[in-house]
Write a protein that binds this ligand. Structure first.
Ligand code: LLP
Length: 400
């Protein structure tokens, strides 16, 4: 493994992202197993990872795309995903985008508010065919996850309240619109099956009440990070079968499919010791893997050259921020200076949340095939790419 990781770093430089095909295959297979024998139509939440090569792999295994923006939609198109397997999600959809994605013949849309439904009704007066409309319902179910990634309570900015539903059906019938079904997504990185049981049975009951047959159950399935447990898939299988027998089910899983398949690789440039711990300062940073600083997420890590002794280790980046943490303190073998550090569980919301802070380029992405060969699926940016849209004009003092 060390020589392979070093060979890649020779080719693309550090830091870089690496995706393991073998893990992706396991995850895809376990998702299909949970839903086997149901009328199931999965999509991948592109927000977790927008690399078109990965999207094309999902497509190969029967998984469509859930997108938010034209950028994510374009990634899906490059990945070869047909509009008939796409779902459009998000707040505050503009009339222009509604028009654009209707022309693009996107199959499904999650309608986020009454306001948005009115925009669709307006378009219906000029267009024959609209996408299938799912009402996103906010069920007031509190997910046990970081507050920034909870979405199921009525103080959150997503979806409609159940009491809005009759008005939605009224608007629909007056405008000759069809409501295809309901959508629910109460948060991300949820590892207790009970929360899903509540949310899923909630929209299933709504479907029965309002005589619709299609449900989009969102994403949110959690994965194990440092000392967090995995979602119990046997229990999930029972829940989805109990809830959705006889229904058409769509989903939008992101993290579950790709999180554990991705590593963020960076070089350990310097070890620094203080009274409490050893700090490994790498050539990576929160510019590429924001989760630890934004959500206090604790990813696990390994390194190519561990020293024999164990210590409290914290892995940091090289940005001008004290909070530039890649791994919070963990007791394990110290990485030698110069060794490669692999930060695990970085496939979801890793590259997709990367940015240009401190002027560093975005890293390469590499795909490790099951036969041991690698493909560069995104080249690293060059040093100045972050300036490419800036004017080169010099300041002109118009008052003089
Ligand atoms: N569907 C909807 C409507 C969503 O808002 C999301 C995630 C998903 C599906 C996919 O959720 P997943 O299966 O990946 O949990 N940046 C955060 C996660 C933000 C999730 C946003 N919405 C993180 O790094 O943890």
């Amino acid at each position: 493994m060390k020589s392979m990781l070093e060979t890649i770093s020779h080719e693309v430089g550090t830091p870089y992202y690496l995706y393991h095909e073998s893990i992706l295959l396991q995850r895809i297979q376990s998702m299909w197993k949970v839903f086997s024998d149901l009328d199931f139509h999965p999509t991948f939440a592109i927000k977790a990872n927008a690399n078109p090569y990965l999207l094309s792999m999902f497509h190969h295994y029967g998984i469509g795309a859930d997108f938010i923006s034209k950028g994510e939609y374009n990634a899906a198109v490059i990945g070869g995903i047909p509009a008939s397997s796409m779902v459009w999600n998000g707040n505050a959809k503009s009339v222009d985008d509604i028009q654009f994605f209707t022309n693009a013949k996107i199959q499904n849309v999650n309608v986020d508010s009454i306001n948005e439904l009115k925009k669709w009704a307006q378009l219906k007066t000029t267009k024959e065919t609209l996408p299938s409309l799912f009402l996103r319902i906010n069920p007031s179910i509190e997910a046990h996850t970081h507050p920034y990634i909870r979405t199921g309570m009525n103080q959150h900015k997503f979806g409609m309240l159940p009491q809005d539903i009759p008005l939605c059906f009224d608007i629909a019938s007056k405008n000759n619109l069809e409501i295809e079904g309901f959508h629910v997504h109460v948060g991300s990185q949820i590892t207790d099956a009970e929360t899903f049981e509540q949310a899923y049975s909630y929209i299933r009951d709504l479907a029965i009440q309002y005589h619709v047959n299609s449900l989009n159950i969102g994403g949110g399935w959690g994965i194990p990070y440092f000392e967090t447990s995995a979602l119990d898939l046997q229990q999930m299988r029972k829940i989805v079968h109990d809830c959705f027998h006889g229904f058409k089910v769509l989903c939008e899983l992101g993290r579950f499919l790709i999180g554990e398949a991705g590593w963020y690789l960076c070089r350990n440039c310097e070890n620094r010791e203080n009274d409490e711990e050893m700090i490994s300062i790498t050539d990576g940073g929160m510019n590429h893997l924001l989760r630890p600083s934004l959500y206090k997420a604790h990813h696990t890590f390994s390194c190519t050259d561990p020293k024999p002794e164990k210590k409290n280790i914290r892995v940091m980046g090289r940005l001008c921020e004290t909070g530039d943490i890649l791994v919070p303190t963990a007791y394990q073998n110290c990485p030698e200076e110069g060794s490669l550090i692999a930060i695990h569980q970085a496939g979801a919301y890793g590259f997709s949340m990367a940015n240009h802070y401190n002027g560093f380029p975005l890293p390469a992405e590499v795909f490790l095939h099951t036969d041991g060969t690698c493909s560069v699926i995104r080249k690293a940016e060059t040093e100045n790419q972050f300036l490419s849209q800036c004017s080169v004009e010099k300041y002109n003092d118009s008052s003089s």
